[in-house]
Design a protein around this ligand. Structure first.
Ligand code: GDP
Ligand code: GDP
Length: 457
C-alpha cells in the first residue's frame, strides 16, 4: 500500500525534528544534550494526504565513541535496506561536511533511491548550504525547515512518486482497481450513494457556522450567540439532504473550547485542521459583510493543501444591500486571491433564514463529484497531444524536454502523473500551464489538482 522512508544523516542535522513533524506526535525526543536515549520506533508519517512509514536513525551519536562509526554504519545500513527511499538530511546552515560526504558514499554504494534534504533552510543563512548540497550528487535538494514546517509541499512532491510506485507494485500483485471495458476503456468505480459525504463548515468565529448548522438540522442542536457552550461527545452529526446522507462535522467541541477562552478572536489553526481533515468537502463560511480576511484565505489554503474540495458560503447575505455589485466584487476577489482552487463556487446564503441552503448543497454535490472524478487515460492523452502541438515545453540548455504520456494516478483530489524526459528541468510555469489547461479541458474546478512529473522516456 504505502512506502517506507528512512531518515539518514549525521548527528544534529534535525532528523528527530523532522521525524516529529512528520509523525505529528512527540515520539522521538529532540534534545541538544548528549546521552539522551532515543526511541527508534518506526512512525506513521503524513504530509497532506500522503501517508507513509518512517524510520528514524537519530540517537546514534550517543553510541560509545570507540565503536561509533561502526555502529552508525550498521544502523544506517539496516534502515536503508528496510526502506524504499532514504531521506538524506544535511544542515543548510553548516553546509556539506566530510561526515555528510561519508553518508553520501554509503547511500551511493547501496544504490537505492535518495531524496536529498537541506534542513534548517529558513531565512537567508541557509541559502548557500542549499546550493552546496548539489555537490553531493543526488540532484536538487529539497529545502525545508523541519522546525518551522517550511518546504513540506516540496517534500510532498518529492515523495509522491514513491507512493505511486508502491501502488503500482500492488496493482501488479492483482489489487487493480481499474476495470477495463469491452472497448478497452477504463471503468472506474462510481461514487457510492449510500456512503455519507463528510462535510465540515469552517470559518472565523461569528461567521455564523453554528447558526447555519442549527438551521440545517432544524433543531437547537448547537447553541449560538453569547451563552455558554454545550458538551457533546460525537464528532459528527448525521443529516439527510434529498435522500443523500451528509455527515456534518460538529463544531460544538470547538465552540466549547472557544467559550472557555472567551470566544476566540482568532480561529485556532489546530481546530480548523481537525475539521478539514475530517471532511471530504469543506464549506468555508465567510461573513459577507467582511469577506476574505487573512484568516479566511489561510483556511482556503489549508483546504487546498490538505487536498479537499471547497465551497465558499457567503453568509449574512440578508444584510447586503447591493447584491449584484457585492457578488461581482466577491467573484473577482476569489479568482485573484485563491488561484489554487480556481473556479470555487461562491454561494450567497443566510444561515439565519435558511435561504440559499439548497443552492449550497447543490454546489457541494458538484464539487464532491469533481473531487471523485476520473479522467480516462485516452481522453487525457488526446488532450496532451493537442497541447504539445500548440505549446510544447521549452528547450532548456539547448535540449527539448519531451512529455510523452499522462495518466490520472488517483482521485480525491484528482492527481495526475506525466512522464517527462527531464522533469527536473521543466519550468514551473509550464507545469502551471498544464494544470490550468487540465482544469479547463476537464472542468476540474474548485478542487486542488496535482500534477507530478516523473522521469520516463
Ligand atoms: P538529529 O540529531 O539529527 O536528530 O537532530 P535534532 O532533530 O535533534 O536537531 C538538532 C538541533 O537542530 C536541535 O536543536 C533542533 O532544534 C535544531 N533544528 C532542527 N531542525 C531545524 C530547523 O529547521 N531550523 C533550525 N534553525 N534548527 C533546527
Ligand atoms: P459561529 O461563531 O461561526 O458559529 O457564529 P454564530 O452562528 O454563533 O453566529 C454569530 C452571530 O452572527 C450571531 O449573532 C448570529 O445570530 C449572527 N448570524 C449568523 N448567521 C446570520 C445570518 O445569516 N444573517 C445575519 N444577519 N446574522 C447572522
Amino acid at each position: 500500500m504505502s512506502f517506507t522512508a528512512a531518515i539518514i544523516g549525521r548527528p544534529n542535522v534535525g532528523k528527530s525534528t523532522l521525524f516529529n513533524r512528520l509523525v505529528g506526535a512527540k515520539i522521538a525526543l529532540v534534545d541538544d544534550t548528549p546521552g539522551v536515549t532515543r526511541d527508534r520506533r518506526p512512525g506513521e508519517a503524513r504530509i497532506g494526504d500522503l501517508y507513509f512509514t518512517i524510520i528514524d536513525t537519530a540517537g546514534l551519536e550517543e553510541a560509545d565513541p570507540a565503536s561509533l562509526e561502526g555502529r552508525m554504519r550498521a544502523q544506517t545500513e539496516a534502515a536503508i535496506a528496510e526502506a524504499d527511499v532514504s531521506l538524506f538530511l544535511i544542515d543548510a546552515r553548516v553546509g556539506v561536511t566530510p561526515v555528510d560526504e561519508h553518508f553520501a558514499d554509503l547511500l551511493r554504494r547501496v544504490g537505492k533511491p535518495v531524496v536529498l534534504i537541506a534542513n534548517k533552510a529558513e531565512g537567508k543563512v541557509g541559502e548557500e548550504g542549499v546550493m552546496e548540497a548539489y555537490s553531493l550528487g543526488f540532484g536538487e535538494p529539497v529545502a525545508i525547515s523541519a522546525e518551522h514546517g517550511q518546504g513540506m509541499a516540496d517534500l510532498f512532491n518529492a515523495l509522491l512518486p514513491f507512493e505511486i510506485r508502491a501502488e503500482e507494485t500492488d496493482e501488479e500483485e492483482g489489487e487493480d482497481e481499474v476495470l477495463i471495458g469491452p472497448d478497452g476503456e477504463e471503468i472506474f468505480p462510481e461514487i457510492d450513494p449510500a456512503k455519507p459525504i463528510k462535510v465540515a463548515i469552517v470559518g472565523r468565529p461569528n461567521a455564523g457556522k453554528s447558526t447555519l448548522i442549527n438551521t440545517m438540522l432544524g433543531e437547537e442542536r448547537l447553541l449560538t450567540g453569547p451563552e455558554a457552550g454545550i458538551t457533546r461527545d460525537s464528532i459528527s452529526v448525521d443529516w439527510v439532504w434529498r435522500d443523500r446522507r451528509i455527515n456534518l462535522f460538529d463544531t460544538a467541541g470547538m465552540r466549547k473550547k472557544a467559550r472557555v477562552e472567551q470566544k476566540l478572536e482568532k480561529l485556532s489553526v489546530g481546530d480548523a485542521l481537525r475539521s478539514i481533515r475530517f471532511a471530504e468537502v469543506v464549506v468555508l463560511m465567510l461573513d459577507a459583510t467582511m469577506p476574505f480576511e487573512k484568516q479566511d484565505l489561510q483556511i482556503a489554503d489549508l483546504v487546498a493543501r490538505e487536498g479537499r474540495a471547497l465551497v465558499i458560503a457567503l453568509n449574512k447575505w440578508d444584510l447586503i444591500e447591493d447584491r449584484q455589485k457585492a457578488m461581482a466584487d466577491l467573484r473577482e476577489m476569489a479568482e485573484r486571491l485563491l488561484p489554487q482552487v480556481r473556479g470555487v463556487p461562491l454561494v450567497p446564503l443566510s444561515g439565519l433564514t435558511g435561504s440559499g441552503i439548497d443552492k449550497l448543497m447543490t454546489e457541494l454535490m458538484k464539487v464532491y463529484a469533481t473531487w471523485n472524478r476520473r479522467v480516462p487515460t485516452a481522453a487525457l492523452n488526446k488532450w496532451l497531444a493537442g497541447v504539445l502541438e500548440h505549446h510544447p515545453p521549452p528547450a532548456v540548455s539547448g535540449r527539448r524536454i519531451k512529455l510523452r504520456y499522462m495518466t490520472q494516478h488517483k482521485a480525491r483530489p484528482p492527481t495526475f502523473v506525466a512522464f517527462c524526459s527531464r522533469p527536473e528541468a521543466l519550468p514551473e510555469a509550464y507545469t502551471r500551464y498544464l494544470v490550468n489547461g487540465l482544469r479547463e479541458a476537464f472542468d476540474l474546478t474548485a478542487v486542488p489538482l496535482r500534477l507530478i512529473m516523473r522521469k520516463g522516456e
